[in-house]
Design a binder for this molecule. Structure first.
Ligand code: DGY
Length: 328
């Protein structure tokens, strides 16, 4: 079975695929054009898919009738039309859990960086404008006892809530499709309506799976409803927020600060004025960028492909309904 891998991944995953006797196809360069990528996809049985630049939409599936399986090197699958994949009996695997700690660490890092204006103060040091001690300058805010609102309390949201509770005694509120009993029992988290989440959070951190109805959910009218001292954190997908509205809300002091590991668009423009604001910290989508998480992702992606090659169910499959069609 031929497996196309569009970028280098940690050796752990490659070794597993090789030991399983699969034929691995790597492109000679890292950044393929859409057409080059499509050519590889047309001539393979399965893909280990790295990055979300290209969409797995109806046009793609129509162009690749031989493709039988996709193993994403990510937990997010918003770049894949799952309905189209399922219609064609193509299982789509992802990499949950192994990156929950790393990604929630970044949310936690951003929350603190914004609260203490770390990026801005670092820039001042770098630019040689440290200056004399000033009791009224560079003031941040403390997080102790504040209310953390989690939008989407799954694995990553839980880890963020747990860290914030332990470190700062934060009070956890959340909004989710379903109640999270564990978070309620173990962290004392309270389920609230979306409106209450927006109005009552001192820090609002986004951790939901992105779907088209979430497109720019956090826009001017929502920032208007947030507390003026609130911090907005997004480590999920840039599409959740309207970045111009976010900038304006910060300038107009509708909210206090923002920490982004995902931007809209992505990559963002280096001239975006939001980067000049003192209570903003932006990172280039590094949530899962640790050795441990990336090794784990390589392992899970390989496990998904190997299971598929043996006509077994992918252990982490986002459309398991495909198996009711062609496996027992
Ligand atoms: C994920 O796994 O979804 C991360 O955002 C990396 O793309």
């Amino acid at each position: 079975m031929k497996v196309f891998i569009n970028k280098k991944i940690p050796e752990a995953g490659i070794k597993m695929l090789e030991e399983a006797g699969l034929e691995i196809i790597f492109p000679e360069k890292d950044n393929l054009s859409y057409e080059e990528w499509l050519d590889f996809c047309k001539n393979t049985d399965a893909i280990v898919s790295i990055g979300a630049e290209f969409k797995y939409d109806k046009t793609f599936f129509e162009a690749c009738p031989e493709l039988k399986a996709i193993a994403l090197y990510s937990v997010g699958f918003d770049h894949v039309d799952i309905k189209e994949a399922t219609l064609r009996n193509i299982p789509v695997g992802n990499t949950p859990d192994v990156l929950s700690r790393a990604t929630s660490d970044v949310a936690f890092l951003l929350m603190q960086s914004v609260a203490r204006r770390a990026s801005y103060n670092f820039r001042k040091v770098k630019e040689g404008s440290w200056g004399a001690f000033d009791p009224l300058q560079a003031l941040g805010q403390e997080l102790y006892g504040k209310t953390l609102g989690i939008f989407g309390l799954g694995r990553i949201g839980y880890e963020m809530a747990e860290k914030s509770k332990k470190a700062f005694g934060m009070n956890i509120i959340y909004h989710n499709r379903h109640h999270n009993e564990d978070a309620e029992q173990e962290l004392g988290a309270t389920y609230v309506s979306f409106e209450e989440l927006v109005r009552n959070s001192d820090v609002l951190s986004v951790h939901a799976n992105f779907t088209p109805e979430h497109q720019e959910l956090f826009n001017a009218s929502l920032f208007e409803q947030m507390k003026p001292e609130a911090i907005f954190i997004n480590t999920a997908r840039g599409g959740f927020h309207n970045q111009k509205d976010l900038y304006q809300a910060l300038v107009d002091k509708k909210i206090w600060g923002a920490g982004l590991d995902v931007t809209n668009p992505e990559p963002m423009d280096a001239d975006d004025p939001i980067l000049g604001l003192s209570s903003v910290c932006v990172l280039p989508h590094i949530g899962s960028a640790t050795v441990e998480a990336r090794n784990g992702m390589a392992r899970l992606a390989a496990e998904n492909i190997i299971a598929f090659s043996k006509n077994e169910k992918m252990p982490n499959c986002v459309n398991p309904e495909v198996y009711s069609n062609h496996l027992s």
